[in-house]
Design a protein around this ligand. Structure first.
Ligand SMILES: Nc1ncnc2c1ncn2[C@@H]1O[C@H](COP(=O)(O)OP(=O)(O)OP(=O)(O)O)[C@@H](O)[C@H]1O
Ligand SMILES: [Mg+2]
Length: 417
């Protein structure tokens, strides 16, 4: 968060990081190898920098044109710095900390219900152990009505999930099959605020979609497996209508909340799409999670952040929910008409045409550069180091072979494409 000023020809992308070192190194390497980018006749040097956490004056200038944040969802000092950077300095943020703080998973459910998506029945129940506050006894006695948890659960129906309204990292999530499990889970919830949500079961596939700017990759996900096996390499695993709905849903939720780097989850049966988790606006893109899909993700992250840094795209902290609600509320529109309108609104927000044009001209060399790098010894060294820091020693050989195989497959598939 050091002080300085931007100049006109150099664009600086800041990385706000937690523990990861894999994708940041990939990002830095690719930006360095790409070199200067020419857009509308002007040449832009690109630099990256890892952001450090320091006291900051609210008037300190911010040198970064774009910041990619993977930290502020759990560490709040930099989140407040991001807000200052957005409000005082017009810094472009991936993602918008305002909507992410104010409108977590619960709000994403509400917004999607309003827009017509098929969210499973969800009820928010009051705290098991309300906040420790001197005013609570009076408020509780006067206003906090006793409620019958079994009756609420009966309306939602078994099986169901009990999970925190602001979700993330599987904290406090339990599947509830009967009243005994319901009471045990509620008793354990303590000071967490919980949703009861009808389980979608059975389903044909679990789709996890990663969206960066206007581009989305829908991946088949197996949450019951260990992290390295959760993303399955599977192409065309969804009926086309379901795939289109998930694409539109992913871009809609992102454009609606101004999230530009987010991963979303939906359970699909036939052509029916049931979204269950759409607010992961600091998504994990580790090589050891995404493997085959990592090159796609890092290419998009590099491309979208460079587009935001050099094209003059203005950051937007405010939302325009009314545009979306007008579509949702229009009785003349069918569901597929609405999806079409949402897709247009999302494309407009993300400047999708301009972005694709930018990628095919200013970043024309990037796809080959990524492919050559992923096939190189330099990438292999990063892969080996990442495995060494992620897994215990006796698993190193097995995982190096596993991820080499998957990334080798990606390189081969590029040649075939
Ligand atoms: N309504 C549901 N129907 C079926 N399965 C569900 C439902 N809700 C949650 N799950 C299961 O529980 C898992 C965790 O729930 P959810 O994604 O909502 O929580 P989370 O804390 O955001 O988890 P993560 O950070 O891992 O995405 C899901 O990946 C899914 O396997
Ligand atoms: Mg989830």
């Amino acid at each position: 968060m050091t002080i300085g000023r931007r100049d006109d020809t150099t664009r600086l992308i800041g990385l706000l990081l937690g523990t990861e070192n894999d994708w940041p190194r990939a990002f830095e390497t690719l930006v360095r190898r790409l070199g200067a980018v020419t857009h509308r006749g002007a040449e832009h040097e690109l630099r990256t920098e890892r952001i450090t956490i320091e006291p900051f004056d609210l008037r300190d200038p911010v040198r970064y044109d774009v910041v990619i944040d993977r930290l502020a969802w759990w560490y709040y000092h930099p989140r407040e710095w991001l807000k200052k950077a957005a409000l005082v300095d017009d810094t472009y943020l991936l993602n918008n900390p305002f909507t992410f703080q104010a409108m977590e998973k619960h709000s994403a459910y509400c917004a999607m219900i309003r827009l017509g998506f098929d969210i499973p029945d969800t009820v928010l129940v009051p705290y098991k152990n309300p906040v420790d506050h001197e005013k609570w006894a009076y408020t509780a006695a006067t206003y906090n009505l006793p409620f019958d948890l079994d009756e609420v659960a009966g309306r939602v129906g078994y099986p169901m999930y009990m999970k925190p309204f602001d979700g993330g990292a599987w904290r406090g999530v339990s599947r509830v099959d009967d009243p005994a499990a319901l009471h045990a889970a509620y008793d354990q919830s303590g000071q967490m605020l919980m949703h009861l949500q009808a389980a979608v079961t059975p389903f044909d596939s679990f789709a996890r979609s990663l969206t960066i700017g206007p581009e989305t990759k829908i991946m088949k996900f197996r949450p019951e497996l260990p992290m390295h096996d959760r993303y399955e390499v599977a192409h065309a695993f969804l009926p086309p209508e379901a795939g289109m709905e998930i694409l539109t849903l992913s871009r809609t939720i992102n454009a609606f909340f101004r999230w530009e780097f987010n991963s979303c989850e939906a359970l699909v049966s036939g052509t029916s799409v049931r979204p269950i988790d759409y607010a992961n606006a600091c998504p994990d893109i580790a090589i050891t999670s995404l493997h085959y899909y990592f090159p796609w993700a890092i290419t998009q992250l590099v491309s979208w952040s460079i587009f935001c840094a050099v094209s003059g795209r203005r950051p937007r902290v405010d939302t325009s929910s009314r545009d979306w609600f007008d579509v949702a509320d229009d009785p003349e529109l069918s569901w597929s008409d609405k999806l079409g309108r949402y897709a247009l609104l999302a494309d407009r927000y993300f400047q999708a045409d301009e972005y694709r044009e930018f990628c095919s001209h200013a970043l024309a060399s990037l796809p080959d550069l990524v492919r050559d790098w992923v096939a190189s010894a330099d990438f292999d060294a990063l892969l080996v180091e990442t495995v060494r820091t992620t897994y215990p020693a006796h698993e190193h050989d097995r995982f190096v072979a596993h991820f080499r195989g998957l990334l080798g497959l990606w390189v081969t598939d590029q040649a075939a494409a």
